[in-house]
Design a protein around this ligand. Sequence first.
Ligand code: ZN
Length: 424
Amino acid sequence: MRDKLSILGHYLKAKYLHRFRDRAALEAHQRRQLARFKTEVLQHLPFFADLWEKDLSSFPLTDKAIVQQNFAGLNSLALPYDVGLPLAQAREKVDGITVGLSSGTSGRRGLFLVSEEERHFWLGVMLAKALPGPLWQKHRVVLALSANSDLYTTANKNSRMRFHFLDLKAAYQDHLDTLTRVQPTILIAPAQFLKKLAQSVQAGDLQINPARIFSVGEVLSDEDRTFIGDQFHQPIHQIYQCTEGFLGITCAHGTLHLNEEYVHVEKEWLDEDKTRFNPIITDFSRTTQAIVRYRMNDILKIRQTPCACGSPLLAIEKVEGRCDDILKLPHTDQATSADFYPDDIRALILDADPSIQDFRVHQSDVDQLRLRIDSPSPTAKNKVAHALLHTIHARKAQPPTLTFDDWPPAVDLSQKLRRIVRDC
Ligand SMILES: [Zn+2]
């Protein structure tokens, strides 16, 4: 009961109190919250001992590696990384605080700490922003994830909100059976899984009618967004979240807005035109583990026109992918490299021939690009090669060797889909 009241309190605050008439009001709220955050949280953490009274802009930037190296100094339990890791693996709690592991693919896995109160807060805000109607409506929520998350088991206690989990490692037919039986009112899943479901709808193998559909955890391309939306006869919404926090969600107009009522976002511009940036986030809603001036690896493309909803929260055109996935080719006349953004490569390939349904690009070395093209046309590959080399030439970059592999690639729904990957 106490849990429910706590979640309800956060829900009501998020829904009715944290609304700002303009950018100035939002920024004033952020300044107040940051000041409170410094005294209530940062002052007590060793990492910020000499910093907390200073201006946020003078704090050092952090990232995954820095957080792991300084883990004990950044959390309220003073828990060292090496002590926390086995606790997380054993799914044990410390003083009621969950120690969790992020689903990272490379390097040391990210460790995170979250208290019960933070979970209630997170869930209340999520419900306020995600539910299409009022809280008292009954919902059947289906979440497709690679593993059950502790965050959501809190929610299952709420009887009006029934949560069902699909383990993406299980057989696809089982998912179709579950979805048919449950008939979700809200469906939350990675983009590639939603696309597969949309194909099943198209083939007549699945009949569900959710009130709202969210894509989460993977890049949602324009093409997939349109295709999935067409099959389900509704716009596809997005939740932008990661281990570091719940960072954004689409409004009723389908525009992704950052959750700036709770997270301060600095923009590290990636291009001269200032259209894309790396978000540097400071989550002033947290109390257990400090996420301060944390540089995310994501490329966010800013929306050039204001959203019709009128929200002063920053509007994002799209989450384009990870910085690791920017293709880098050496310049012909300089020591630097030319950057090719995933979303530009995507547009270039799909524009090369209208018959192209899907693709993969893998930069395995500075001078090697491996491609897969899904197209019935025998000339599609040539057109893609021509378009790519033309652009590479225009950017004065050294042309790589292009190799075309067969379509389809191996598919694993439980792995994050990245159409464009650089690992060199
Ligand atoms: Zn909006």
